[in-house]
Design a protein around this ligand. Structure first.
Ligand SMILES: C[S@@+](CC[C@H](N)C(=O)[O-])C[C@H]1O[C@@H](n2cnc3c(N)ncnc32)[C@H](O)[C@@H]1O
Length: 224
């Protein structure tokens, strides 16, 4: 009897531990295999892609590529692969621009592994210069380039200014239904989005989701 109670208790403890682990595991299944944990970005990725589908968006532009392919879903987010998978299923295209040859090499390996070369194009360039010369209309813009620092205020300022300059450079390519997602926002010092979001809020943009990532659309697009 005592043994049965002990086994029962152990089973209960096991179930509780498993339940806690599963509640922290933020999967993007069925878009991505269940084993990948997208952590803080999962819900905003889901919301972004839901909105993109609703708006019949096709062209996704990302600044800052997935330098570790799918290996860093928890840390960097692996958005190039996630958006690539989405594009493959929805007749879309992804353009991911990065200033670093090493980052592009890692991203290319990830694209090869996932057979995404037909939908994702990688570009080697400073993102601002690239966006200044870009001539297509963008349906989803993902700002995630200049790495942010948790402690160095100078790097924080430079990262924030860089993301603002990206928005200014690309404004001509945005349309009424464009969606903008900005990464690494809920961080000390305001994160990558601090300055660009303030700037956008003074214009025709509103925040749809304010979390680790900030999701924004044009106010006028919400009237439909
Ligand atoms: C956080 S990672 C991007 C992560 C990626 N979006 C993902 O979801 O996995 C930041 C990337 O931005 C790139 N980067 C930094 N400064 C840049 C610039 N001026 N123009 C373009 N890319 C830049 C870095 O080389 C790095 O690969």
């Amino acid at each position: 009897m005592a043994l049965q109670i002990i086994i029962g208790l152990l089973l209960l403890i096991g179930i509780i531990i498993l339940g806690k682990k599963l509640s922290k595991h933020k999967s993007l299944f069925p878009l991505m295999p269940f084993k990948y944990n997208f952590a803080l970005r999962r819900d905003t990725f889901v919301e972004t892609l839901r909105l993109l589908e609703q708006r019949n968006g096709k062209l996704i532009v990302e600044t800052g590529t997935s330098r570790d392919g799918l290996k860093n879903t928890h840390g960097d987010g692996a958005a190039t692969i996630v958006f690539g998978k989405w594009a493959q299923r929805h007749g879309g295209k992804v353009i991911s621009v990065d200033i670093s040859e090493d980052s592009l090499k890692g991203s290319q390996e990830g694209l090869n592994d996932e057979n995404l070369n037909n939908v994702v194009t990688l570009e080697l360039s400073d993102s601002i210069a690239f966006l200044e010369n870009f001539d297509q209309k963008i349906d989803l813009l993902y700002l995630d380039s200049y790495d942010y620092s948790l402690h160095d205020e100078e790097i924080q300022r430079k990262s924030q200014e860089h993301h603002l300059k990206e928005f200014i450079a690309v404004e001509k390519n945005l349309h009424d239904d464009t969606i903008i997602l900005i990464d690494d926002c809920d961080l000390p010092g305001g994160g990558k989005g601090k300055v660009v979001v303030e700037h956008m809020l003074k214009k025709d943009w509103v925040i749809v989701t304010n979390a680790y990532q900030i999701l924004m659309v044009k106010k006028s697009s919400l009237k439909n």
